[in-house]
Structure formats: structure tokens, C-alpha cells
Design a binder for this molecule. Sequence first.
Ligand SMILES: *Cc1c(COP(=O)(O)O)cnc(C)c1O
Length: 822
Amino acid sequence: MHTLQDIAGALGLSGQPIPRISIYTLLTDSRKLVNPESSLFFALPGPRRDGHLFIPELYKAGLRYFVVSEKINAKNYPGGIFLTVDNVLTALQKLAAFHRSKFDIEVIGITGSNGKTIVKEWLYQLLQANKTIVRSPKSYNSQIGVPLSVWEIEPENDLAIFEAGISQPGEMQQLRDIIQPTIGVITNIGSAHSEGFKNNTEKLKEKLLLFKNSRIVIANGDDPLIKEQVDQLATPVFYWGSNKSFELEVNSIKKKSTGTRINLNYQGDKFSIQTSFTDAASIENIVTACAVALYLKIDSQILQERIPLLQPVNMRLEFKKGNNNCILINDSYSTDIDSLSIALHFLQQQAKGLQKTVILSDFLQTGGDTELLYRNILEQLQKHKIVRLIGIGEKMQSVMHAWVTAKKTKIDHHFFLSTSDFIQHLHSFSFKDEAILIKGGRVFEFEQIASLLEQKAHQTILEINLNAIAHNYKTFQQMLEPATKVMVMVKAFAYGSGGTEVAGLLQYHKADYLGVAYADEGVEIRKAGISIPIMVLNPEPNAFDAITEHLLEPDLFSFEQLDAFEKHIQQSGLKHYPVHIEIETGMNRLGFAINDVQALAQRLKNNSSLKVQSVFSHLAASEDVVEDAFTLHQYNLLQRAAEELRETIGYAFLTHIANSSAIARFPKLQMDMVRLGIGLYGIAGKKVAKKLQPALTLKSTIAQLKQIQKGETVSYNRRGVATQKSTIATVRIGYADGYSRRLSNGVGYMLVHGKKAPVIGTVCMDMVMIDVTHIKGVKEGDDVIVFGNGLPVEELARAIGTIPYEIMTGISQRVKRVYWSE
Ligand SMILES: *Cc1c(COP(=O)(O)O)cnc(C)c1O
């Protein structure tokens, strides 16, 4: 926290009268606004939308303090304070450096290509009983993430752990000035993120700039590249590795199937640590964390106790459908105040209209003041307008309960001593229409609660990676001119991925429009609290009521339909109702014929019932090089029709024709808006697909394993014949789930432990058998990937002569959708 005056001073701004206000939050993303009274917004330039564009919206939400680089007409914002700087990002960084300089504490700066976040989290797990630690949230390690992390240092902290990542030369110096690490840690240098650099040496040199003023650098002495470069630093070095002369000598690493034993020698103290991790990357990260802890004078005895307790770092926030229209967010990341704030933001983003409930366990005590910690937790819950709190644990029942009472909060609260206590009382809670965050330390085993509240379904799930969807959305946006709008087609439950969840995410990312096929789909989305405009491609007359009631915008494609809808509007007493006009240019599906455009223009001219929002057409073959001339012909027809309409009806409207493949292949066809569909899920032509992330994974599990002899047969009509002694796995998915029967008899395959297992015999209604003879260590209950990473849905589609669209939208509603986000 700093006063606004101090902040202005730190940015070298003086002269302007500034009120005495305390600023707690630096805001760089307008969507994350929680407490406007004490937030300062930095109008950062974005790749597409400049931060200055969000000032009116933030002002309306009550925010008054802004750091800007453009001229703002202060008259439009009474009471607003605008700190004007040359470069908003530099100002943010300068402020963070100023904040950092107020603290004389140990600061660990971590850089490297891989393992930064894991080493940071493991150090946190190892040291949190001894220190009051502040650390970067998630993987905040960028030019923006680092200043936001450093701003979190509070007077009670006695150790800070921050990550620094760079993507191009010249960036590390900025980060060094902000972090000012006293201890430098370099993790694995792989080939990741090397685009901006000539080679690995250049990249490493840049990274090591972070440590210029550090007291010590901790590094892997066995990596020749690291050793060569680190040896040249003026800073003292703490090496770990196999060499006897290193500060921490790794004597041996013994791997067994159950775990790994690492024998270490720290200045003559020989000891061994035990971990259940066996992969090389985890071992390297563990030894790195040990080296840092030893340097910080943590006893080897304590490390021997704590290393086996290290938990995998999982920053996934999973969200699932619960019973009674609830959504559940299950966060097993960790229990500390920073991760609570991240989870509450995610809850806010997903909850939409639903009321918010939090089920929370005692927090891991980080050595600080207990009273203060629980008061902070309560304040966070209040800020995020949590309606109901269920606290579980001794501290919840005593300290938290006392705060809730003392502060006279309106939060409906219930406290239980243990998870089983709460479960015994579960029947007295009726969870309904709620967004529920379940966040508990591992010892509390909150997964029991999650599974009781979860909608029951069989073990075949479609996983939807919301980060990938957001990434793909932004990737397509960046192919467009900044002014071009985006309509996202979320018809057929957003191509099978679940309409309302994806629509919610798109609203959050400020999509301009949504498109659905039928009115019902639009109604569902509206009921989930989504307010952005929605176009309905195929509005049926019996759905006109639903359309106007939920402010959906119909696509009008014939005179009959136009007449009927106009009549409906007149009878409802509405005026200037937004509609879209579809022109037939060659798809021969829906649309007014080109020859009818003049007559149509006359019908729409001076029409007080209907307001044309957009005029559009649909391409028949935008992905097909052979048909490119036809594609351009369609575009030209639409252009001409739109001009004719505009001239006659006398006002402006949007025009659009491009679907996903046209966005990628024909930037010239983007017009005023594009209609993005399948690309959102990571599916596109080769060139663009490389930049996208696959968003959907269809997963199932093995119900039974069977050993069969050569000559035995599998499934109906005995079509699958074992050509040798074989192991057959029965998987819990069939054609009723959308796994096509055409994939029978070796046409399709699935992935088990990352290896291909072909379908043997005919696909049944609810099950299918696969051959896992050649795959070692397969057990009943193991996961099976039906499609996803490593087995693209395109490949499955190709095998049976169809397109990904059909497979995705054919996944039945019996398959549970699980959403996750990092
Ligand atoms: C489905 C649809 C789209 C999106 O097409 P993609 O190929 O999935 O990008 C665009 N416009 C209309 C009219 C559609 O029906």
C-alpha cells in the first residue's frame, strides 16, 4: 500500500493536487476490478485493445485513479485523477521498484527456461513454516507480472520469492531493477522460449543479468553451459552437482518404481532425501530447492522430513457441473491468501448470475499473525461479495468465527471442526443455483466434498481447457485489424463443448457478438446471465416470443419470415428491433436472393419496426484452395448487395462473411466483423493450427482387462480376431457417447499411457474394446485418451471420412464436461 501522493512522487510527477488516498491494488486488467476505491488503473497498451479504452467503463464502476499516457478530457470524469506519464508500462515498473526499495528483506529471484514456478512453489512448501513468505502468484514472471508480484510485498514478510521470465533481449534489466534479488537461482536451461534469441548462450547471458547485484547465485554446476557462463560472473556462486568441490555435492541418485533416493553431501554433512517423484526434471528442481534451503541455513534434518511431503504443483482450477444447477470450482493449489485471491477472481468470472459460496479450510500458517491472516481472508470474501461461507477446521471455528461476529458481516456462515463433521451435516444444506468454490489444504481431503456435490455421470469426460480457448480467441483476434469485430459462433453447445460456459468466457474476453443456430440455444445463454448481443441464425416463427423476451437478434433470410417477424414486433409494441439480413451468395442454404435485394431495400427503408444490425453471407468453401475464385465471387456479391441496401435504407450497419478458415486465409475478407467457429477449439489449417492450442480432450477409463488366446474373438459378430495371445481393455465409451461405430475393427485407436491402442472388434453402444498387448503396466481404471493432445480429433475424423465438426458436436450429453483453467 502507498498513498497516491507517494505514488505520484515515485513516478516523478508533482505539482498536481492529489488527495490523500491509500492505494492497495494496481489494476492492469479492467475485468479484475474488485475494490474501486483503493485501486489505481494502469492504461497499458495491448496488442489489440489499448487500456485507455477501458477508462469510461472503470470510471462508471467507481474507479477514480488512473495512470495514462494519452490526453484525457478530465471534464468528462469529475473527481478522476489522471497521472500522465510517457510510458505506462515503465511507470508500473518504476512504481514496483520504488515499493521494493522500501524493504530490506531476503529476496530470491528465480530464472531459467523450465521449472521456475515449480522451484518457487516447492521453496514455498519447504520454507513456509519458518518464514512469512510473499511470492509471485501463479507464473507471474513477465514485464507486467513481475511488478504486480513485487507490489504484494507487505511489512510482515521476511522472505520474497519471485520468478523472472524474458522473451527477448533487453528485458531482464527491467526485471532486475524491480526484483533486486539478494539470492539468485537459475533453473534448467532448456530450449523453451528461445524465439527472440540468437542462441542459448545469448539467452543465458541475458538471464544472468538478473543476478548482477545479488549476494549469491545458486546453480547446477553439472550443466556445462550454465557453469561456463556463471563462472564469468563477479557474484559468488553456490554450485550443486556431482563434483566434490561444489558446495552441495550430489553423491548419487537411486531411482526405484516407488520413488527416488538422493544422497547429498553439504559441507561434510552427508544425508539422503527421499521423494516419490522419479522424473529427471523433478529431481533437478528438488535439488535446486534443497540447495536454496541449505543456503538459508535450514537444517538437513528438517529437509529430510519435508522433502517427502512436497506436493505436485497443480495450478489448475477445475470447474464442474454440480447438482441443482450449481457449478463447482475445486482448487487444490494451496491454501494461502494469494491463491485465495486468484481463486475468488476465477469464481467471479464463472459465477455470472449465480450467488457465491465458499467452502474453506484452515490456512497453512506461514508464521505470521493468525488474527491478521483470518481478518484478511474475511476481507477478501467480503470484497468478492460471497454470500455463504462454510469454514472447516479448528482455526475457522475459533478465529474466523470470531471475526465474522465482530465485523457483523452479512455473510451466511457455518463452521465445522472437520470435513467429516461437515459431511454429516451436508443434508441440511440445500445447494442450489450457486457457484461454489471448494478450497482446502490437502489434509482436509476436500475431494470428498467435491465428489458429493458433483453431478454424477459415468467416467467418460470431455475436458475443456478454458485457457486454450482464450488463447485461440486472442490468436484469431491478432490476425484482424484492431477495429474488426468478432462474432463467436457457439451453436450446438459451442461445438459440443458446452454453450454457457464458453459463452461466459467469451463475454469476459469481450467478444462483440455470439451466434447460435436456434432460439433455444440463445435463451440458455441469456439465462446464464450473459448480456452481449446474440444472433440467431435460424429463428422459427414459434420462437419469436422467446427471441424478443430475451433480446436475441434474428437472422432474416426471406420475405415471408421478414413479414412475420415485423408483424410480431408491431404486435409487441416494440420499435427498431435489431435484426440481421442474410444474403444468398452461393452456399444455397439460407438468404435473400441477389435479385431480391432492391425489393428488400424498399421493405427496410423507413421501417420503424426493424433496425438492420448487419448484412452478411456465408462462404461455402473458404478452406478449399481450388475454390478460392468462388470464395472471392461470394464476397463481391455480398459487397454489392450491402452497398445497394445501405444506399436505400440510409444508415450504416455491419457486414460480415468470414468464418474461421477465411480469417486465417483471407485477411481482405474480414469486413466489419468475422464469425469465428471451429478455430476457437484449436482446429484450423496447418499454418494457423501451429499457433493454436487444442482445447478439447475426450477421456475415458478402462473397466476391465482380459487375456485372450490366439484365435479368440472380441465383440459382436466376432469381427475382432486375436492374431496372437493378447491383452484386451474394455473402455467406458461407445457409440451412444458419440464414438462412431465406423471406428470398429482397427479403423480407430486410442492412447493408453501415451501409446496407440487400436480398436478391436465392433464398437458397442456403451463400450469398446482396444488392444493393449504391446503396452506395459496397463491397469484397470487407467485413463484412455479418445482424442486430444497427441491424437487430434482431425485424425479421428479423417479415419472415418468426416470432419471434426461432426465428431465434436456428436459427443452426447451423457458425457460430463469438465472445464479447467490455470
Ligand atoms: C457455423 C458457422 C460459422 C463458423 O464456421 P467455422 O467454420 O466453424 O468457423 C460462421 N457462420 C455461419 C453462418 C455458421 O453457420
